[in-house]
Design a protein. Structure first.
Length: 432
């Protein structure tokens, strides 16, 4: 599997691009706000009377700082007392007041005339525009800072998910991201990613376990066959009819295992073909039960068949239904002690047919009720292998029942033993 690089150019990071996008939005919004406000100000000033508009546009004077001449500075340094007279300006171009300064001990000396140069500030209209620009600049800076913060908060979990997805692509199925606590899209994305990663990790573990189980199941009969064939070659065991029967039994186990695996693989790939037709379930159950009479007699067991009085019509594949019933009966025979009884019940339950198989075995542990339909799962592994079970029969039952639109569940009977219940949809009466 190829490695996926986690590094990317700085300008291609989603955090940078998202930040630039937000900054661009803030700048455009501020510019549009300034332009619209300026336009409104101009329109408003145009609607004012000329006298009022001229008053607002007039420059306002402000007392400037007084500039000290050299002569006045020299008198001040000498510590001489000064006489100061302030009079209004006599020129309209400079509204600053005039300062007449003379020494107090020389009242006849001509005074020094000091008048600060005029300093003007903008008129009302210009000040409004200046305040608007300042406010817009401050708002833009605050907007950019807020955009950077929010962009970081939004991009950080997305970058974490991207990095975790890259590790997942490299085969690190344990990669996870911090679960989001909110209900927004990013939090849901993080939770969905973790669920997906957990499902992939579980599927990978099941795949490895399945391969190990298949290898073990194939190896057991092959090892037996190889050992006995080598013993025959060495002359340790004679090649007689009993030995041929033992070898045939092992090949039958291999054939059954391969066929079960093929059935499950076709079902997983959606290629398992069903040939549904309308048939009566009671007649099929009688034929399947008759096929188990030899196995029942070998263990001195009894199969009781309880069928509904009315015909049970199904629209299904009779061969696959026979396989379902056969697997359930075979499982019941494996777990019922010699001399016991297996019950096969079929009755209607609303629009369904309820098919139940009950054994007189020890029942199912609580932890096995949910896992009993898993592939290669055995409640008693060594005992199941000794009796020839592959651990796939109940998995095939669940798969075939699901393909027919039904459901299957396992439970324990109050009087002892396990009960497997299958519900299949009845065929509509108008099709009879």
């Amino acid at each position: 599997m190829g490695r996926v690089s986690l590094k990317m150019p700085f300008w291609q990071r989603i955090e940078v691009r998202l930040s630039l996008l937000m900054v661009l939005v803030v700048l455009v919004t501020s510019l549009v706000t300034v332009a619209l406000t300026t336009y409104q100000r101009v329109q408003l000033f145009r609607e004012l009377p000329p006298e009022l508009r001229e008053l607002f546009r007039r420059n306002e004077g402000r007392l400037p700082p007084v500039s000290i001449p050299p002569e006045l500075r020299e008198m001040a340094l000498q510590g001489r007392a000064l006489w100061v007279q302030v009079q209004p300006s006599d020129t309209p171009d400079n509204p600053s007041p005039i300062y007449l300064i003379r020494p107090a001990d020389q009242p006849d000396q001509p005074p020094l005339r000091v008048q600060p140069p005029p300093r003007r500030r903008p008129n009302l209209e210009a000040r409004l525009q200046q305040n608007l620009l300042i406010a817009s600049l401050v708002a833009t800076v605050l907007g950019v800072l807020a955009s950077l913060v929010f962009a970081r908060r939004i991009a950080q979990p997305i970058e974490a998910i991207s990095q975790a997805a890259s590790r997942l692509a490299q085969g690190q199925l344990s990669a996870r991201v911090a679960d989001g606590q909110g209900q927004d899209e990013v939090a849901r994305l993080a939770r969905n990613f973790n669920q997906m990663a957990a499902s992939l990790e579980k599927l990978e573990a099941e795949r490895r376990a399945l391969i190990a189980d298949i290898a073990h199941e194939l190896r057991t009969p092959l090892t037996v066959m190889q050992g006995r064939l080598e013993a025959i070659q060495d002359g340790v065991i004679p090649l007689d009819r009993r030995e041929i029967d033992r070898l045939h039994h092992q090949t039958a186990l291999l054939s059954r295992l391969v066929e079960d695996l093929r059935t499950l693989s076709l079902a997983d790939a959606g290629r398992l073909t069903l040939r549904p037709r309308r048939f009566e379930l009671g007649e099929l159950l009688r034929r399947v039960a008759a096929g188990f009479q030899a196995a029942l007699a070998a263990k001195a067991m009894h199969l009781s068949l309880h069928l509904a009085e009315e015909p049970l019509w199904l629209q299904a594949d009779p061969d696959r239904i026979s396989q379902i019933v056969g697997n359930l009966l075979a499982n019941a025979l494996e777990h019922t002690p010699a001399g016991g009884e297996v019950m096969l019940v079929a009755q209607t339950e609303g629009p369904w047919v309820l098919l139940q198989v009950r054994d007189q075995g020890p029942g199912l542990p609580p932890e096995a009720l949910e896992r009993v339909f898993d592939r290669f799962y055995r409640v008693e592994g060594s005992r199941s292998r000794a009796t020839g079970g592959s651990g796939l029969g109940l998995s095939i039952v669940k798969t075939l029942v699901g393909l027919h639109g039904g459901e299957v569940r396992a439970s324990n009977h109050p009087e002892g033993g396990a009960v497997f219940a299958v519900r299949l949809p009845l065929s509509p009466k108008e099709e009879a």
